[in-house]
Design a protein around this ligand. Structure first.
Ligand code: ADP
Ligand code: GLC
Length: 484
């Protein structure tokens, strides 16, 4: 089975969040099931050297103001199709935002181009390769099914995965013409979203099958509290919507063999974790004394992640003897809030503003618990890394967090199945209580070590979910074949 992934990020090449981890991992797991998966990505500067060394398989005279070509190249075990269009993608800094922190003004054209070329490959094939299935991810690839619909040829079925409905790709409808989209697609059942042109909405309306990244988020998406205006359309397409839980790349995230750790450890030899803890304490300027648990946060600093509540709950954490190491960047107010908290609670709270992949691995290894108080969380990956590294997740009961962490309540502790702490609702009071409950559990070394071992044994790889994606593709192909 040949599958074309279309996305805007892919680890380890280019990453702003969990989407990249997923796109970097799923195609490899599908290959292990015998599939031939290729990933189409824009050739941002981080990929242009690779693009120069690849094989040109397609080119266009002009695509939205400049030449564009598609280059096939393999790297890090992934077969890539890079859309090399320097006028759209050869820009320094963030892949979505300019230096002023605002979206690039031509994002509609940039990601419209990605979707357009993906549909071209799906319809005609390149270099003797034509996919059986197209798998588009998030709003950046949302126009793929719209373009497929406009092709005169018979085209393969298209799956759309929603990683986060908060990002919808909304633009001025006057761009329809420039994007080469037929005006009859601009309806309230189609790509119109409250008077705007919605890329994600187009994807949801026109794809053959919608998936999202956890079963709970699939249910939440159909509710007004979470659907962000698309809940009606998602309810209407409910029969085609399912949640498939994300996994993690077990080779890249392995405490027994992680180059970013100062000491390797395993579920059988937990001792090695303490040297990593000492290094995190040192890097974040925390006090050496033992006592309470070391919590960490590794996150985009945004309202979604509920970290404003953590700022409010910090006095509780510190008074109970806990420590906190925060790595993140995002909203300027939250950045300033955490920097100020590190001054106020010197020695107990340490903050590094920025994005640092190696440090994130060290923190997963060296912390006792990872805090994720998200207001919504489609899946979340950092709690999965936490489980694998025996760093117990303390999470809001929402989305994928609810699906992956087993709360240490009385019954779960008695049944020996707890792997972390969950709380609801997402309020300061409930977070305070979750932090205090975590500290109580930590005070009992036998309970804590038992939870660590169970967490580390909890299955977090891709094998089950990759098989589920494979089944989704097979079902679509069968249905497609029956339709003739
Ligand atoms: P989201 O995609 O909503 O940001 P996820 O939990 O799915 O949330 O994925 C976030 C990914 O980004 C994880 O791999 C996490 O380790 C990583 N990450 C987030 N912030 C940072 C940071 N400041 N430095 C390094 N890695 C980070
Ligand atoms: C999004 C979501 C996150 C999810 C990731 C990968 O960024 O916010 O919860 O884990 O996509 O699917």
């Amino acid at each position: 089975m040949k599958i074309l992934f279309v996305a805007s990020e892919c680890a380890p090449f280019v990453k702003t969040g969990g989407l990249a981890d997923v796109i970097g991992a799923v195609p490899k797991s599908l290959s292990e099931l015998g599939a031939d998966a290729r990933v189409m990505l824009p050739a941002y500067p981080a990929l242009s050297a690779l693009a120069r060394g690849g094989k040109e398989v397609w080119n266009s005279g002009d695509l939205h103001g400049g030449p564009a070509r598609l280059v096939a190249v393999s790297s890090e075990g992934i077969d890539l199709l890079l859309l090399d269009a320097p006028h759209l993608f050869e820009r320094s800094g963030n892949i979505y935002l300019g230096a002023d922190g605002q979206d690039w003004p031509d994002n509609a054209l940039r990601f419209g181009a990605l979707s357009y070329v993906a549909a071209e490959v799906a319809a005609l094939g390149v270099d003797g390769w034509r996919p059986d299935i197209v798998h588009a991810h998030d709003w950046q690839a949302g126009l793929v099914p719209a373009y497929l619909r406009q092709r005169p040829e018979k085209t393969p079925p298209c799956v759309l995965t929603i990683h986060n409905i908060a990002f919808q790709g909304l633009f001025d409808p006057s761009l329809m013409t420039t994007l080469g989209l037929s005006s009859d697609l601009y309806t309230s059942e189609g790509m119109e979203y409250f008077g705007r042109l919605g890329f994600l909405k187009a994807g949801i309306a026109f794809c053959d099958k919608i998936t999202t990244v956890s079963p709970t988020y699939a249910r939440e998406l159909m509710l007004p509290e979470f659907g962000m205006g698309l809940e009606g359309l998602l309810r209407a397409r409910g029969a085609d919507l399912s949640g498939i839980l994300n996994g993690i790349d077990l080779d890249m995230w392995n405490p027994e063999d992680d180059p970013h750790l100062v000491s390797a450890y395993s579920v059988r030899r937990l001792k090695g974790k303490s040297a990593n803890r000492a290094e995190v304490v040192r890097r974040f300027g925390l006090d050496e004394d033992a006592g309470g648990p070391l919590f960490c946060v590794i996150s985009r600093l945004t309202t979604q992640k509920g970290l404003d509540l953590l700022l409010e709950a910090l006095p509780t954490l510190v008074a109970r003897g806990g420590k906190l190491a925060v790595l993140g960047s995002g909203d300027k107010d939250l950045e300033a809030g955490f920097v100020a908290a590190a001054h106020t609670h010197g020695g107990s709270v340490g903050v590094i503003i920025g994005y640092d992949e190696p440090l994130s691995h060290l923190m997963q290894a060296g912390s006792d618990a990872i805090l994720i108080p998200s207001r919504f969380e489609p899946c979340g990956l950092t709690q999965l890394y936490g489980l694998r590294y025996g760093t117990l997740p303390v999470v809001a009961r929402t989305g994928g967090l609810a699906d992956t962490v087993i709360d240490a309540n009385e019954a779960a502790l008695t049944a020996n199945c707890a792997t972390g702490v969950q709380f609801a609702p997402v309020t300061k009071t409930a977070l305070d209580q979750a932090i205090l409950r975590t500290c109580d559990l930590y005070d009992d070394p036998k309970i804590w070590a038992g939870m660590m071992r169970r967490a580390m044994r909890h299955p977090v790889g891709w094998d089950v979910s990759a098989q589920t994606y494979h089944d989704v593709y097979s079902d679509l192909l069968d249905a497609h074949a029956l339709q003739g």
